[in-house]
Design a protein around this ligand. Structure first.
Ligand SMILES: [Zn+2]
Length: 423
């Protein structure tokens, strides 16, 4: 059976390439979040012809949804008519801005030497196309005989997924009563199965000073100098602590196996005047945005406490030091287990298609699995799809046609397996 299924996917390779190119040619950029509906319709109308029940759902009232840039999502479901599990493929349709230094038209989807070039080829319209080709091959072979398969195309993953998977999960679309196994075709080329991701803690630290004339700084108290003391303390105390922590979870790349912290933005003092000259004032406020990525072995409370302790020590030791600390965003670490049905089904399918053992990995950054798991309650979720992760968000992003076809074959075999493998 698997031979016939693989042959069927292979026979559809041309169609798969055409679908990927058509998806990439719709510039569904986020921000601002344009053209979501045409992408949803391209996939939805195609699946409707194959007997899927198709829902178009606008995340009205969600973060960033507006009449100008409506946040559309699409969920398509094919029922076999017999009881069994549901396998769901979820892809985000938004892409980041192309940026500079492209040698191809970012929305041209040119096919050159077995590669399709364009924004979103690898992250992740290639994965969406492969998942559609996989379910179509299963239907061609009459292999969805128990349970159901679903394909969704969702909004705003690049900006947190709040009008996409989060919105759907809050409304029951990822409830364990209707969905058993979720696959997110993010680019983890070709032998990697991603089980989850590290946690995120974003915070803002504000140092407080006292305003005065810039010619007499001794009459004020400079908030920027206080912030310099914060950064110095981070360098001296926090970075060595984080570098010494290492997770047992197989996060890639290797550097992300340690706890990390990025100082994402700093704002201090008054804006420059129109002539570009500074205002002669001692700044009384300075704000620092901290992007802390934490390990499964750490906790949100400990991460926040560590920063607070450091700031409290400065308050005790440094004259005039005062601060505010505010959490901006939190995402807990998320991970499936290697022994769950979906990781196992994908490992078997990868061995069959690629002829090598799958590697289980975890991602340094988050993606929509967090909402599937924490809001939806579906824990058996993996990320697996065509394309190289390091090409995501880069100029000259591409996906290889061979990878699209192989990923589709792996998805088809794994889905067949998860549905019970009845032939
Ligand atoms: Zn992505």
């Amino acid at each position: 059976m698997s031979e016939r299924l693989r042959a069927r996917v292979e026979a559809r390779a041309g169609e798969l390439v055409a679908l990927c190119r058509a998806l990439v040619q719709i510039p569904s950029e986020n921000p601002p979040g344009r053209d979501y509906l045409p992408v949803c319709e391209l996939v939805g109308e195609r699946l409707r012809k194959r007997g899927f029940e198709v829902h178009y759902l606008r995340a009205e009232g969600a973060l960033a949804d507006s009449d100008v840039f409506p946040r559309w999502n699409m969920v398509a479901r094919f029922e076999s008519g017999r009881p069994g599990p549901t396998v769901h493929f979820n892809s985000h349709v938004d892409v980041v801005a192309p940026g500079e230094r492209w040698s191809f038209d970012p929305y041209g989807a040119e096919l050159v030497d077995g590669r399709i070039y364009g924004r979103g080829t690898c992250d992740m319209k290639g994965g969406l196309a492969s998942s559609v080709a996989a379910v179509e091959a299963l239907l061609d072979e009459g292999l969805v005989r128990t349970g159901a398969v679903e394909v969704s195309a969702t909004a705003d993953e690049e900006s947190g997924g709040y009008a996409g998977v989060a919105w759907l999960a809050e409304r029951g679309w990822f409830d364990p009563n209707r969905v058993d196994h979720v696959v997110i075709p993010e680019p983890f080329n070709r032998d990697l199965v991603c089980l989850g991701h590290r946690g995120v803690w974003w915070a803002e630290i504000e140092t407080l000073g006292h305003i005065a004339h810039g010619s007499m700084p001794f009459q004020g108290d400079c908030a920027v100098r206080h912030m310099a003391a914060v950064i110095e303390a981070f360098e001296r105390e926090l970075w060595p602590l984080l570098a010494a922590r290492r997770t047992a979870v197989p996060v890639i790349p290797e550097g992300a196996r340690h706890a990390t912290c990025n100082l994402a933005a700093i704002h201090g003092g008054l804006p420059e005047r129109l002539d570009g000259l500074p205002t002669p004032l001692v700044p009384d406020r300075c704000r620092l945005t901290v992007d802390r990525r934490y390990l499964t072995e750490e906790s949100r409370e400990a991460v926040a406490q560590e920063v607070e302790n450091l700031l409290e020590r400065l308050r005790a030791d440094r004259e005039g030091f005062d601060y505010r600390l505010r959490e901006l965003m939190h995402v807990p670490p998320t991970a499936n287990v290697e022994t769950a049905p979906t990781p196992r089904a994908f490992a078997r399918a990868i061995l069959e298609v690629e002829g090598k053992e799958a590697r289980f990995v975890a991602s340094p950054g988050t993606y929509d699995q967090k909402h599937v798991h924490h809001l939806g309650g579906v824990t058996d979720c993996v990320a697996y799809g065509p394309g190289h992760l390091h090409l995501a968000h880069q100029p000259d992003e591409y996906v290889e046609v061979r990878d699209l076809a192989n990923a589709a074959a792996v998805m088809a075999l794994a889905t067949h397996d998860l549905l019970g493998g009845a032939s």
